[in-house]
Design a protein around this ligand. Structure first.
Ligand code: MG
Length: 179
């Protein structure tokens, strides 16, 4: 698991990492499809007979983005910060996890500049919903929509038709210090 890190810039020692002008982060997640629950992807509820299981709302895309942001500032990962064994996160809106990751990015002295992501799932097709998902993810991240990439791929030959997988990459820029 990730090491415990100082939560604020004030507490953090000046390190080679904290002097970087830009940082990248990468996140990955997968969840299994289950009947009888809503399908949440990128903060949007999509019309589909099966949703994604998991302790929270199962939003695999927001989980991957959250881990990318946390990884970029070397913070603990999503499973460490929001333990699946903690009843507070049962059915939780994954936007809560994303907001905490963005807070840690700001506290580390960085701002999110760009996100790219890929969703891999057999059904439903993402293309008809991608504009809506991009707009919602952009809103949650406080980015213009043209700084948010959301691509849908089908898992041909991978045998993962009962799961949804998400990959996310973020680029952070160091905020200009005011004195
Ligand atoms: Mg997850």
């Amino acid at each position: 698991m990730a090491d415990r890190q100082p939560a604020t810039k004030k507490d953090a020692p000046e390190t080679r990492s904290s002097k970087l002008r830009i940082r990248i982060g990468y996140g990955w997640d997968s969840h299994e499809f289950k009947r009888g629950i809503p399908l949440r992807l990128g903060g949007v509820t999509l019309p589909h007979p099966r949703g994604l299981g998991g302790h929270s709302d199962g939003d695999v895309l927001l989980h991957a983005i959250t881990d990318a942001l946390l990884g970029a500032v070397a913070a603990p990962d999503i499973g460490t910060l929001f333990s699946p064994s903690d009843s507070r996160w049962k059915g939780a809106d994954s936007a809560i996890f994303l907001a905490e990751a963005l807070k840690r990015v700001r506290e580390a002295g960085y701002a999110l500049a760009k996100l790219d992501s890929t969703l891999i799932l057999a059904m439903p097709k993402i293309a008809p919903h991608s504009a809506h998902i991009r707009a919602r993810v952009a809103e949650l991240l406080g980015l213009p929509a043209d700084c948010v990439g959301v691509k849908g791929k089908t898992p041909e030959g991978m045998g993962t038709d009962d799961a949804a997988i998400a990959h996310a990459v973020v680029l952070l820029e160091k905020k200009i210090s005011r004195g």
